[in-house]
Ligand binder design. Structure first.
Ligand code: ADP
Ligand code: MG
Length: 750
């Protein structure tokens, strides 16, 4: 290992950024250059064709063959001019990654002259090739739907997400066509169809609610559509690639199954926001460059809390696009890291004992005029529109918190949730003192107490908005009036909600689809309550709206929690309030099928019954496979690497002791160490044999739900036991014998 460490190349790799007059171009000039955007389409397509396309986009018409052919021709010309040789439908099966199958533009045309075939090669791309493709669905997760439906599947162009080019080999390019993936009978086989459906359900009802509360005069612009917005803060680790290849556990499972904490890891709090290591910075900027070209707007990069941990965050976008861009971001990080001799780890807990990685999903609602419906503005207490949408989210999280928990459950995220660094299995909402007081005041029918609501505001009133920095030469800054609670799994942060429990490895699509659906379903009730309140009036009055708001504040109250989510008192309190506390995935998955959740997902049209069952089966099966693969990997490592290393060291000590005895020198120290090692090696052997027996026994379990419970209750504790002994030995065996890099080497060689 030490010779590998000595030969690591840590120097940053340089790439030539496009520049003008020797100065690198600003991101704004590169941004979206590889996107077949509506702007490009408007330029390249005949006007009537473009108009038809926009009509279809707005959901008013389906795409006719002529329009599809014209778009296909235009995008072919555009793509081939930029070096494209192939096109691919690009879709998101239920496996947290993306799928593609390339087809070249090449077509052969035959001409027969006097019985002689003359073949001409041309590039073609038709409307029907653009619209749909037919991959074999049978090798993607389908959760049992295959047994009831045909194995055939279709990918269909999702017109809402623009086509784009990615680099191919040798300077060529590939045209990517964002698509949904459905079965022969139209059942969703992917993440995206479900997300699109949830967006439609949400859009419909948001517009209806807005219609009921907006004055019907000519000045007030009517909102024609509403969509959820999403900004995904992506956390990840980067480690040296050569060291990575020496760890079978990382390669096979994405996390270390063994390894003790070094004396120094994250205690000094010196990594967070520290100077980004130069090799990492070089890699990240190459990622940002690639992403800018495909129109993924990356905004922020920084070091995270754990050693070798980083974060990248985009500018938020319409949820569907944000999901596409998050998948592209993960893909770019993965690919580019290779070029820099680095390996990116997206696992939620690659290293025990230091912080894991999440994917905070920042979520809000935006109108077609770009207004954020969750913006409290300066007067939240009189902003009924804001309050209506706010209570809708509160009620949705209250009723379907367990469903949201299910949406983020996985074998990998289980290691992160509930630890001191990440939200626990109880889903509650943090609003902040000001909004909490506003809601309490409305509920109790009294004026807002501004001393309570905004002590910061009171202070500001007395001392002014500008912070006193006690240094004259510093510029004046104004303070942020919203407070933060980093322990909450679902926090209101200024003008958006932040769902923090989502895992770094997962597609954000599923949790966002569930959230969209839950909020849409509550908004339907809010709409009905408004209709009832307003009676014959053209729109609901302020009093009508307030009555509805008050009712929903009362019914959703139990989900609000302003305190420390990591405290033991909260567990007791949440239990008293009847909030679910779901610690492990197998329990969480069952919540998908809880009648109230299933019924809501059917009613909003987001999941049909077979689709929901299929999703449940996919998740449970994946969980079992993940844990089983880990257990087998661990056993292999113990058997093939750890135990032989211990034996080698024991032999060395024994030979030394024998040699020393021969020349009459006391061999006490060697013998002491041998005596210390022996019982631990035995324990390691016994515990791994037990785990092996257990795995053999579980081989016969065919019911995945039962297997998942066994994985959670027996296999994982069994693995922990084995690890305990192995980690003790790691601390005792001479470093030169230890067969794979330790945390120290992995953390500090970037
Ligand atoms: P932090 O949570 O660390 O304070 P920021 O305030 O910078 O972070 O925001 C984090 C993410 O939230 C960014 O990706 C940002 O684009 C996103 N975000 C901001 N406003 C919205 C919104 N209205 N809807 C969805 N995401 C948003
Ligand atoms: Mg955040």
């Amino acid at each position: 290992i030490s010779s590998v460490v000595d030969s690591l190349t840590k120097a940053p790799r340089n790439i030539a950024f496009p520049s003008k007059d020797g100065v690198p171009k600003p991101s704004s000039e590169i941004f979206g250059e590889n996107v077949f955007s509506s702007k490009v389409m408007a330029k390249m397509l005949p006007k009537p064709v473009f108009k038809n396309f926009i009509k279809q986009l707005k959901g008013n018409e389906s795409l006719d063959k002529g329009t599809a052919d014209a778009i296909a021709h235009a995008v072919k010309v555009w793509a081939i001019q930029r070096g494209a040789s192939h096109f691919t439908h690009w879709f998101q099966p239920v496996n947290d990654s993306t799928a593609e199958k390339h087809d070249s533009f090449l077509t052969l045309k035959s001409n027969y002259e006097e019985g002689l075939e003359e073949v001409t090669a041309i590039d073609t791309f038709s409307g029907s090739q653009l619209l749909q493709s037919e991959p074999d669905a049978s090798s993607f997760p389908s959760g049992g739907m295959r047994t009831t439906f045909e194995a055939r599947g279709y990918t269909v162009w999702d017109t809402k997400s623009p086509m784009f080019l990615q680099d191919g080999p040798h300077g060529t390019a590939i045209l990517y066509i964002p698509s949904v993936f459905i079965s022969y009978n139209g059942e969703a086989l992917d993440e995206k169809s479900v997300l699109l459906r949830s967006a439609e359900a949400l859009n419909r009802v948001c517009v209806e609610v807005l219609d009921l509360i907006s004055p019907k005069d000519s000045e007030t612009p009517r909102t024609k559509s509403v969509h959820s917005t999403l900004g995904t803060e992506q956390e990840y680790f980067l480690i040296d690639r050569a060291l990575y290849t020496l760890r079978p556990d990382l390669k096979i499972t994405g996390r270390t199954l063994l390894g003790g904490l070094p004396p120094r890891h994250q205690q000094l709090e010196d990594h967070y926001f520290g100077k980004i290591p130069s090799r990492v910075l070089a890699a990240i900027s190459e990622v940002e460059y690639e992403l800018a070209r495909v129109g993924a707007p990356i905004k922020t990069r920084h070091n995270e809390v754990a050693p070798a941990q980083f974060e990248v965050a985009p500018i938020f976008e319409e949820s569907m696009l944000a999901v596409d861009h998050n998948m592209l971001t993960m893909d770019a990080l993965h690919r580019v890291a290779h070029r820099h001799k680095l390996k990116v780890l997206f696992h939620e807990k690659p290293f025990r004992g230091v912080n894991g990685s999440g994917k905070h999903c920042n979520w809000a609602l935006s109108t077609d005029q770009g207004e954020n419906l969750l913006d409290p503005t300066s007067n939240p207490e009189t902003n009924n529109r804001f309050l209506l949408f706010l209570v809708a989210v509160l009620q949705a999280v209250y009723e379907h918190g367990d469903l949201l928990r299910a949406g983020i459950a996985s074998a990998s995220n289980d290691h992160r949730l509930g630890a001191q660094e990440a939200p626990p299995g109880i889903i509650s909402v943090f609003l902040g003192t000001q909004l909490d007081e506003v809601l309490n005041a409305i509920e109790e029918g009294r004026p807002v107490n501004h001393q309570v609501a905004a002590p910061q505001l009171e202070e500001v009133r007395v001392k002014g908005t500008v912070l006193d920095l006690k240094v004259k030469s510093l510029p004046a800054i104004s303070r942020d009036l919203t407070d933060r609670n980093r322990t909450s799994p679902f926090a209101f942060t200024g003008n958006k909600f932040e769902f923090r429990a989502a895992g770094s490895k997962q597609s954000p699509s599923f949790p966002v689809a569930l959230l969209n659906s839950a909020v849409a379903s509550v908004l339907v009730r809010i709409r009905d309550a408004l209709v009832k309140q307003k009676g014959d009036k053209p729109v609901a009055s302020d009093e009508d709206q307030l009555a509805v708001i008050r009712a929903f504040i009362a019914t959703s109250k139990n989900v609000r929690f302003e305190g420390d989510n990591y405290s033991d008192e909260w567990v007791v309190e949440a239990n008293r309030r009847g909030l679910a506390n779901i610690k492990k995935s197998p329990e969480a998955f069952k919540r998908l099928l809880r009648p109230e959740n299933a019924e809501m997902l059917h009613r909003t049209g987001v999941f049909s019954e077979p689709e929901l069952h299929s999703r449940y089966h996919i998740l449970v099966e994946k969980y079992c496979k993940d844990v089983t693969i880990e257990a087998h990997t661990l056993l292999t490592m113990i058997q093939q690497l750890v135990i032989p290393a211990c034996f080698a060291y024991r032999r060395e000590l024994a030979e030394a002791a024998a040699n020393l005895a021969q020349i009459s020198v006391g061999a006490g120290p060697e013998v002491d160490l041998l005596n210390k090692l022996t019982p631990i090696v035995s324990d390691l052997q016994t515990s791994s044999a037990e785990l092996g027996d257990l795995m053999d026994k579980l081989n016969d379990v065919t019911d995945f739900a039962a297997l998942a419970d066994a994985c959670s209750e027996q296999v994982l504790p069994g693995m922990d036991k084995v690890r305990g002994f192995a980690d003790q030995l790691e601390g005792l065996v001479a470093d030169k014998h230890w067969p794979f890099p330790k945390y120290t080497e992995l953390f500090f060689n970037i």
